[in-house]
Design a protein. Structure first.
Length: 260
């Protein structure tokens, strides 16, 4: 655990913020898909840390997290100012691994799930794509950052206010149908129903990838078993078992994911 000094904490749009910490002890080993556990304040009614995907980790020690204000904890985080300090554990969890040779990386994300896959833009050697879905244009984030990093960006929104009207899985189908001879490898982070829909689609097509399946986390280190998710287990009588998303994940290979 380290004390991370806040360098910047600014609103991106609406209820979405990006906070930058000086945390070289964490950035030195951080990989895409990993997360940090942040103690926002020291109030007695907020003893649990909050897990946040690592958006970026720079060589000069800047750790960046993108978050949405959804409750009292993240509201308190949004009020913190430069010069303040948060206790941070990390980097934690299993991150994304590089795509197989000869494949094109495709990040399929929902809303600010795009933060979890952003570091792939520099970890993958081939130019990839970001397929980003959201309820509306108000929930579209980080597209300029992906484009600047060389990724092609395609959007889908439920109401049609940005990109095409529909679901992000529609973009996946369109990509596969329009480029049938290209080999793709998929990465994804977003709402659970979206991840399950993507997993079903990719399996029907015989494709592979990795999904970030996070859950509510208490300890962040695999001790409390409060963040379990179902994964396939052929040796189990039921065909599945519970895995701790904080330590065995949050990233799981597609063939591990138990599709409901």
């Amino acid at each position: 655990m380290i004390s991370g000094e806040i360098i910047r904490n600014a609103r991106l749009k609406g209820d979405y913020f990006k906070i930058d910490f000086y945390a070289p002890e964490i950035t030195a080993g951080a990989r895409s898909g990993q997360f940090v556990h942040v103690r926002i304040d020291h109030r007695a009614d907020r003893i649990l840390r909050r897990p946040f995907s690592i958006f970026n980790a720079t060589e000069n020690g800047i750790l960046s997290v993108v978050y949405k204000v959804v409750g009292e904890g993240t509201r308190a985080l949004s009020r913190l100012r430069p010069g303040g300090v948060c206790e941070i554990m990390g980097p934690l969890g299993r991150g994304f691994s590089p795509p197989p040779s000869g494949t094109t990386p495709v990040a399929v994300d929902g809303g600010y799930g795009a933060a979890a896959t952003f570091m792939l833009t520099r970890e993958c050697t081939r130019r990839g794509l970001l397929l980003l879905g959201a309820r509306s244009s108000a929930d579209i984030l980080l597209t300029e950052e992906y484009a600047a990093a060389g990724f092609e960006v395609r959007l889908a929104t439920n109401d049609g206010s940005a990109g095409t009207r529909g679901l992000v899985t529609d973009l996946v189908t369109e990509l596969l149908d329009s480029r049938p001879d290209e080999r793709f490898y998929f990465y994804s982070c977003g709402p659970h129903p979206m991840l399950m829909a993507l997993a079903r689609l990719l399996r029907r097509r015989g494709l592979d990838g990795q999904l970030s399946i996070d859950h509510y986390m208490c300890c962040g280190i695999g001790a409390c078993f409060g963040c379990v998710v179902k994964v396939n287990d052929p040796e189990s009588e039921s065909g599945w078992r519970y895995a701790r998303s904080c330590s065995e994940g949050p990233v799981f290979d597609l063939n591990q994911v138990y599709v409901e």
